[in-house]
Design a protein around this ligand. Structure first.
Ligand SMILES: [Zn+2]
Length: 385
């Protein structure tokens, strides 16, 4: 099962706004009691606060009181983790609130949702984003309501059946996440990233000038700038992932870059200036998006060791440091000359293929094939993005 969160706007209606407000009061009552008792145990909290909450907030129906208690318990649990050495959690009247399955019922076919409010059950129109309409979702697990400026947004946790992934791939697409190109694929295609770098560079310059001023207005501006940059990068990563997943290959092979920091060899291929520009590229996010998109399309994602992918000749296998000169690869042994990132992408593809070559004898259980020279890691569906 994969769990996804979808955002659906709800009408800004008084019953909903009041419910959020009263619910948060209830959460606070329970937090106060739990904080005194140094406990997040739901039974303890229930025994201590249920009657009081019902009396203080008679409009809040009993199942919502239970939701509020569970939310308070979660906050208290966090406080416990910090050894109660933090400030007592405080709920604002507009803090997000959580509904369990008993307190809302989505009717996705008719585009409505019934929600427990302090004025009883109410039905609201709901629009499922078109992207999710193609899914058959079996269950909607929980809902979080968020009041944001003058909007109410419902975050629905939905369960989607696991896609069937081809576990005997025969075609492998090696992907090198290059410096001058966002990605280079082993099918001789390049995805240029100069516009991404330009935009990131622009943001960096803006950031520097704002940081040097340091007024309150600048700080606020910096914050919104960070959000904009992040959203831009996420959008670009989605485009890159879509481009890769659409290719006719049933296994996408990536380098296992976990643990590789910005000052690693991989990044030292370029100058200091480019490295700085590149340092905060959301690679991990790109990896996640590729993995999710590929699994949805029934494709496998394989992670292989990045060792020597840029030094090894993809034609004869000769490994030498000076095979590579910047963007150019020229093998010292066989004279093979090729774009350096493309050479790396081909090596990565080879490594993916090798994993399944060995597995031919048995049923491929790739997790077992952690041979010394590479440690393949098969991507699992990540719970949410
Ligand atoms: Zn060679």
């Amino acid at each position: 099962m994969m769990i996804r969160t979808i955002q659906c706007p709800l009408p800004l209606e008084q019953s909903l706004i009041d419910t959020v407000c009263v619910y948060n009061q209830a959460v606070q009552v329970v937090i106060d009691a739990g904080w005194e008792l140094r406990s997040y145990n739901k039974n303890v909290l229930h025994a201590k606060t249920y009657a009081a909450v019902r009396e203080q907030l008679p409009n809040l129906q009993s199942s919502l009181v239970q939701c509020a208690r569970d939310m308070a318990s979660a906050s208290l649990k966090l406080a416990k983790k910090k050894g109660w050495q933090c400030k007592k959690p405080v709920k604002k009247p507009t803090s997000s609130i959580r509904f369990n399955q008993r307190t809302f019922t989505p009717f996705l076919e008719s585009g409505t949702i019934s929600i427990s409010t302090i004025d009883g059950r109410k039905v609201y129109p709901i629009v499922i984003p078109s992207y999710f309409q193609r899914y058959q979702f079996s269950t909607v697990n929980a809902m979080v309501l968020k009041v944001k400026n003058d909007k109410i947004i419902a975050f629905l946790n939905i369960e989607i059946a696991d896609p069937i992934v081809n576990d005997r791939p025969t075609s492998f697409l090696g992907v090198d996440r290059g410096i001058n190109n966002a990605v280079v694929a082993s099918d001789n295609t390049f995805l240029n990233s100069s516009h991404i770098k330009d935009v990131k560079y622009k943001y960096q310059k803006l950031r520097q000038s704002l940081q040097s001023k340091g007024t309150r207005r600048c700080k606020r501006k910096l914050k919104s700038l960070a959000g904009r940059e992040r959203r831009f990068m996420t959008g670009e990563n989605y485009k890159i992932a879509a481009w890769l997943v659409a290719k006719p290959f049933d296994c996408i092979v990536l380098e296992n870059l976990k643990g590789i920091k910005t000052n690693s060899k991989k990044q030292k291929k370029v100058g200091k200036q480019a490295r700085k520009r590149f340092a905060n590229w959301a690679y991990y996010q790109l990896e996640l998006i590729i993995t999710n998109k590929a699994l949805e399309a029934g494709k496998m994602v394989l992670f292989v060791s990045p060792k020597y992918t840029s030094q090894r000749c993809s034609r004869c296998g000769h490994v030498a440091k000076d095979n590579r000169h910047g963007a150019e690869f020229c093998c010292k042994q066989c004279g093979f000359s090729i774009h350096a990132d493309l050479n790396a992408a081909r090596n990565i593809s080879e490594r993916g293929k090798a994993v399944f070559g060995r597995a031919k004898v048995n049923r491929p259980n790739v997790a077992r094939y952690d041979a010394a020279e590479f440690l393949p890691r098969i991507a699992a569906a990540s719970p949410r993005l």
